[in-house]
Design a protein around this ligand. Sequence first.
Ligand SMILES: C[S@@+](CC[C@H](N)C(=O)[O-])C[C@H]1O[C@@H](n2cnc3c(N)ncnc32)[C@H](O)[C@@H]1O
Length: 282
Amino acid sequence: MSDNQSSTVSDRVFHNYPGAAYILPSDEQEGERLRLQHRVWKTAFEGRILLPPFRGQASYVVLDSGTGTEIASQLAPGAILHGIDIEKRLFPPSHPSNMSFSVASITSLPDEWSDKFDFVHQRLLVLGLKNKEWPLAVEQIFRVLSPGGWVQFGEFGDWRIGPVTEKHRRMYKALLDSRGLNLDIYADLPEILQKANFTNITVEKRAIPVGSWAGKEGVGSRNNFMSVFRSMKAFVLQSGGLGFVETEEDFDHFIDAVEKEWDETEGAEVNAFIIYAQRPAQ
Ligand SMILES: C[S@@+](CC[C@H](N)C(=O)[O-])C[C@H]1O[C@@H](n2cnc3c(N)ncnc32)[C@H](O)[C@@H]1O
């Protein structure tokens, strides 16, 4: 097994926001993973974190949904940034006065936020929003954007690496399906945006090399995904193993085998997608 050790079922900390579907932990170990993931993501998109052209003025107002890692460094000094999350444990302990944070779900934003933001950013909520909640979240984002404002989503997409990975992906999808989550939201988002009347819908895709065959970068990105896969152990076991594993040990060995396959498969990649769109100006 790699440095990215498996945990026992009970030693992770999860959110307790009523009704939220999110299945990843919210503890310091996850905070560390999010920082690693941010570096992986930034490298994949050549250091470009925010793609839409909303930074023309000296001052603008930004909402970061499912806030975790910093987008603050990408904004003008005069920008105002508000972050929301269903869990406050990973909010930054200190921050400049033009930044603020509150506990809220993107599926239900305050009425007084209508037309308030020039830009909304939301990255990697595939494990947080149920399939039926996505159109609702997109509707809320449309409402809180000012006319002409932009939204940007980031999500990981498909990966086909070998037979062990295929089997694991089936288990992963079965888990998400059983909880009403949508593993393929990256592919469905453009249509959801279109139906919500967004315009200028643009998709950028990058392939991220994963596994030790790709050197230090491949090891970092592999560790990120393995950490995600391993942290789902409790949910898979609670669901009776979903027909794929029976015990905690089975689960650990299964993820070890996926990791080995990624290390040994030259060309192993996971796709990442940035999808952005504009609320029409009129
Ligand atoms: C995988 S993390 C991504 C964090 C950050 N966006 C990033 O890219 O580093 C997902 C975050 O979304 C939050 N989250 C989950 N469900 C949410 C919801 N319904 N509304 C707002 N945030 C949510 C989680 O608590 C977690 O902090």
